[in-house]
Design a protein around this ligand. Structure first.
Ligand code: AMP
Length: 206
């Protein structure tokens, strides 16, 4: 069985058909395993950032390359094929980069989950611990309508603390979290266990 069973054919074409939008084709239509390989090769390991002992997975080399950035968005879009999703919740800040591009492509709403003190209206909040520290995040109380089907997006799943508290917040305001999707997963940290029973998808596993 392929490692990425959903990933078949040309992503750009498939995802484009799924969302029924017309846009210029990517200059290079990469096949899936090639996409994964190229994306993996482009993630830059930065040791001891933001503190000693952490190997930071830097995605900016993907973002700055138009073909790779589009290919990464197409990976996410592939997961939405044939499903009714009402909104995407993206985690501050790199979850915004992927989540908003996907929401735009699908024509659905995007909800930012922000670090404490950044959202102007009334919020629900939750504390969480990171691989490299402690933090608190907030969600506008009216960002989600009761019963809406939500997908949570972030760049990376590490210990799962961030996304588990995101899941709590989404459910607190009445959303139904149907899946959490990440570009990268640090599998050795077992973060997906914290999200149980929410299904978790990631594309680049370490
Ligand atoms: P966690 O709550 O431990 O799953 O951490 C996930 C959040 O922290 C995500 O928003 C990531 O962007 C960020 N993060 C944690 N560890 C790393 C890492 N090693 N490299 C890059 N980002 C990370």
């Amino acid at each position: 069985m392929p490692r990425f069973p959903h990933a078949t054919g040309c992503f750009s074409g498939a995802a484009r058909a799924a969302v029924d939008r017309k846009r210029a084709p990517a200059s290079i239509c990469l096949v899936n395993s090639e996409v994964i390989q190229k994306l993996r090769a482009s993630v830059r390991d930065v040791p001891d950032f933001p503190k000693k002992g952490i190997i930071f997975k830097d995605i900016t080399p993907i973002l700055k390359d138009g073909t790779l950035f589009r290919a990464s968005i197409d990976l996410f879009l592939e997961r939405f094929r044939g499903r009714r999703i009402d909104k995407i919740v993206g985690i501050d800040a790199r979850g915004f980069l992927f989540g908003s591009a996907v929401a735009y492509e699908l024509g659905i709403g995007f909800v930012p989950l922000r670090k404490k003190g950044r959202l102007p209206y009334k919020t629900e909040s939750a504390k969480y611990s990171l691989e490299y520290g402690e933090a608190e995040m907030e969600l506008h109380i009216d960002a989600i309508t009761g019963g809406e089907q939500i997908i949570l997006i972030d760049d990376l799943l590490a210990t799962g603390g961030t996304s588990a508290s995101a899941a709590t917040l989404i459910q607190k305001v009445g959303g139904q979290l149907v899946e959490a999707i990440f570009l990268i997963e640090l599998e050795f940290l077992h973060g997906r266990e914290k999200l149980t029973p929410t299904p978790v998808t990631s594309f680049l596993k370490y």
